[in-house]
Write a protein that binds this ligand. Structure first.
Ligand code: FAD
Length: 822
């Protein structure tokens, strides 16, 4: 009976912890169970006395605020204040920027899946759809990759004009200022389509619509600035760029040495109060063609002309290109993807204070302005263009792997190629869902600081992995450059997207979890605030409430992680109980959400401020959060599309891949945790039955690969929204695919006849004639085979050049030999 009593008390505690009940309820439940045994005489008296004393010793002080505060909260608060990392103003700005959306649920350990599925699945407005189908399609038709990347190293003038005239540079500018006023989803759809065929055009269009003068003016500009600049930016009368990076300040952007000194000077014939700017910026996209430069500098007021401090902080100015002292126009050459990019320098450039975005009132607020706006552009630009590239890679590789034959079989039928094909499809599904969900968050009014970092990092990383597989499957066809090559430049350019908008190693190591843990955690930010309240009594009272809430939350997550680890996610509510497969997916996610929440708490509690420097731990926790987010995005998309059963293999591949990565990430934290005791605890709580997740299996990988090889609604859904036209090599191949597939039985008949000796001519053409003569195929079938073969030869053809023509700058270097069909 003694054991039974202990088991009942433990069981009650586990149920309360699992449900996350309040301390009072938990206490009442334990007291109730104890009284049942005591009053019913169900246990020996000695046992009852000992257990009763122990229960009272723990529960009474915990439930009386004063005692609890003195015994636990006060000493802990003292220690906590010492453990808190010191944050610079810039770090504080980053921590406080943005809103918390679905990622907060994932971090809670108990995500509300119904809330995820209730999130609206937005679609384009009629006007946006018409723009995507009209001017965007037309623009894509004007883009010749080889001309842009090799012959001109730029978009042709008529393409620039077309973009300006059709307001491609003013997608985010509201209609009242003459822009297109598109939603984030509309903006995404345009970038996705353009980037599917030209990274150069994609970048040139993306930058004016991302973080830069237009976005900053919309949020912080004075009315005068908005009325002057926005209508001009909308129609491309002004081309903007934004200059932050310099030779000594890359990732550590707040260390810019570029400066401005407040002084009086002559401006348009009058003496005015202004600033003298000196700056040296590099890598600035659109700088060579920009007419107005958004500039980040540190301002100083050594003579006290503004009556305040000497160091005023980072401030943002708009510098017209033709201002005296500005040097701009030369170009960098980013990895053979020659979008406009170059340095901007300025020597003693004098401008009045109203050249500052928002005027003199915004002096020193530049970093906050940037961080507040960063999440929106970062959520859209690179994730959308990566999605466009990934979808194009999927479509092209699926078709190519069916059309290209070796050893008498389409290469896509070989297991080795299937493996790479399934990776391409699964990751395209992941990127696409991730980008859509993050963009939708923007349209729902969120400023998704953490999801935008997740989307930027994972979309660009996966795009790089996809293009590597795509290149491998295409073999020499991807390697030989020329007008027929639709891959080489995308492969070359992949590292660019890794580096820009927050280089990826830094984004993974510092930003995703660093920001996520503090922004999304239900207690941490509030605890920090409570610990900083000046009045000691209020501080202790508030901190005590939060601390015990936090302890309850940690215990709940530990118990949930352990129990769900044992039950493999059972005992949780799922939003689709009738679907066995999908229910399993939701259960796994709930389990790992609890595991992540618990592991994060252990990391924050035991490492405190040191966690900031433990980048490997932080990066792995960020990986787990990211993959949970990606899985949520995929499930939301699958539900919104009415669970198309034919897509299920791709969803399953992508899901198991992500879950395996979550396991790898959490196992990496547990294996490498600096404290040995915590290592043991983490292994026990997070993996009570060991590491049981497996990478997608061979059968699943086979199914996914086969879906890529022929036209279907699944393939259409996977690759929707990109540019497919017979004028473009991929569109040409796509149009030929059904014909190639239809001709396969004829080819098999020919092959059989060859093997049986019925056909013994040496060339293909002679064999074809023999096949008709010997009734292997009819004349019409022979004609079909001829036409298909001509198309296939064109598809697998590569370009050739005279040696002279390849010398850079050689006369005629733009001339290439192409066949008539090209
Ligand atoms: C083609 C191109 C276009 C660009 N466009 C613009 C633009 O329009 N405007 C603009 O202002 N800037 C622009 N940039 C600059 C871009 O944002 C920077 O390149 C980027 O911030 C990284 O700086 P860096 O190249 O000097 O690398 P570094 O800062 O030297 O970083 C090198 C490596 O160290 C890693 N690293 C650095 N610090 C840490 C850390 N604490 N923890 C972990 N890893 C770390 C980085 O992740 C990176 O992998 C552009 C860059 C390129 C290449």
């Amino acid at each position: 009976m003694t054991w039974l009593l202990l088991i009942v008390l433990l069981g009650v505690s586990l149920v309360c912890a699992f449900q996350g009940t309040r301390l009072v309820t938990w206490t009442a439940a334990l007291a109730g169970a104890f009284l049942l045994f005591a009053l019913g005489g169900l246990a020996p008296v000695v046992t009852l006395v000992i257990v009763g004393i122990l229960l009272a010793a723990v529960l009474v002080p915990l439930n009386i605020a004063r005692i609890r505060q003195q015994l636990v909260s006060e000493p802990f608060l003292k220690q906590y204040r010492k453990m808190l990392p010191t944050l610079s103003d810039t770090e504080k700005a980053a921590m406080e920027a943005g809103t918390v959306g679905w990622e907060g649920e994932l971090f809670s350990g108990k995500p509300d899946w119904k809330a995820l599925l209730k999130r609206p699945y937005l679609t384009l407005t009629d006007e946006e759809q018409a723009f995507v189908d009209g001017p965007t399609e037309e623009l894509c038709g004007m883009l010749r990759q080889w001309e842009i990347s090799h012959e001109l190293a730029d978009m042709p003038p008529e393409v620039w004009e077309f973009c300006k005239k059709n307001k491609f540079f003013g997608m985010i500018i509201p209609k009242e200022y003459g822009g297109l006023g598109f939603s984030a989803l509309g903006h995404r759809a345009v970038l996705q389509k353009i980037s599917s065929i030209s990274a150069v055009a994609g970048s040139n269009v993306a930058v004016p619509n991302s973080l830069g003068p237009a976005e900053l003016l919309l949020h912080y500009g004075t009315e005068e600035q908005k009325n002057h600049y926005l209508p001009r930016l909308a129609v491309g009368k002004e081309i903007p760029c934004f200059a932050l990076t310099g030779p000594t300040a890359g990732s550590d952007a707040t260390s810019i040495p570029d400066h401005g000194v407040i002084c009086k000077g002559q401006y348009r014939g009058e003496e005015v109060l202004g600033m003298r700017l000196n700056f040296d910026k590099r890598y600035i996209t659109l700088a060579p063609v920009a007419t107005v430069i958004g500039l980040a500098v540190k301002l100083y007021d050594p003579d006290g002309l503004l009556g305040g401090e000497r160091e005023l902080g980072i401030s943002l100015a708009l510098v017209p290109r033709d201002t005296e002292g500005v040097e701009v126009g030369t170009r960098h050459f980013p990895l053979n993807v020659p979008f406009q990019n170059g340095p901007v320098r300025g020597k003693d450039v004098f401008l009045p204070l109203d050249a500052l975005i928002g005027g003199a009132d915004m002096i020193g607020k530049g970093w906050r302005m940037l961080v507040e706006c960063l999440s929106v552009g970062r959520a859209i630009t690179l994730p959308s263009s990566s999605t466009g590239g990934a979808k194009m890679g999927s479509l092209a590789t699926g078709a190519y792997a069916r059309i290209r034959k070796q050893f008498n079989l389409p290469i896509g039928r070989f297991e080795g190629v299937e493996e790479a094909l399934s990776r391409i499809a699964g990751k395209t599904y992941q990127i696409s869902a991730l980008s859509r969900m993050t963009t939708t968050a923007v349209d729902l009014g969120e400023k998704p600081a953490v999801p935008s970092a997740i989307a930027k990092y994972h979309a660009t990383e996966m795009a790089r992995e996809i293009i590597t597989d795509v290149m491998d499957i295409h073999g020499g066809k991807g390697i030989v450059l020329g007008p027929r090559n639709y891959l080489g430049r995308a492969w070359q350019g992949a590292p660019i997207w890794i580096t820009v908008e927050g280089a990826n190693i830094l984004t993974r190591s510092l930003m995703i979890f660093g920001q996520g843990a503090i922004r999304c955690h239900p207690f941490v930010l509030k605890e920090i605030a409570a610990s900083r309240i000046e009045d000691p009594k209020t501080s202790l009272r508030e901190f005590d409430k939060l601390l015990f809430g936090h302890i309850g939350y940690s215990i709940r997550n530990a118990v949930r992680s352990l129990v769900l680890g044992f039950s493999r996610g059972r005992l949780t509510r799922v939003p689709v109980p009738h679907d066995r497969r999908l229910s399993g997916f939701y259960r796994k996610l709930t389990r790992y959400s609890a595991a992540l929440a618990f592991t994060s708490d252990v990391a924050m509690l035991t490492l405190g401020g040191k966690l900031k420097h433990k980048e490997r731990i932080s990066a792995r926790l960020g990986d787990a959060l990211s993959q949970l987010y990606i899985c949520s995005a995929m499930l939301a998309r699958y539900e919104a599309q009415d669970r198309p059963s034919k897509d299920q293999p791709i969803l399953a591949w992508a899901f198991h891949d992500a879950i395996f990565k979550i396991q790898t990430a959490l196992a990496g934290v547990a294996d490498n945790f600096p404290n040995r005791l915590m290592r043991v605890l983490l292994h026990l709580v997070v993996f009570p039955l060991g590491r049981r997740e497996r990478q997608p299996g061979d059968r699943l990988s086979h199914k996914v690969a086969q879906l890529m090889l022929s036209p279907s609604t699944t393939r259409d859904r996977l690759t929707d929204g990109i540019y497919v036209s017979p004028e473009h090599p991929v569109g040409f191949m796509e149009a030929a695919l059904p014909e190639v597939i239809a001709a396969e039985p004829l080819e098999r008949r020919m092959l059989k006849a060859q093997q049986s000796g019925t056909l013994d001519a040496l060339t293909w053409e002679e064999q074809l004639a023999q096949a008709v003569e010997r009734s292997v195929i009819s004349e019409t079938e022979a004609e079909t085979l001829k036409q298909v073969r001509a198309k296939v030869l064109e598809i697998i053809a590569v370009d050739e050049f005279e040696s002279e023509a390849l010398r850079l700058g050689a006369p005629g270097s733009t001339e290439v030999q192409t066949s008539e069909a090209a």
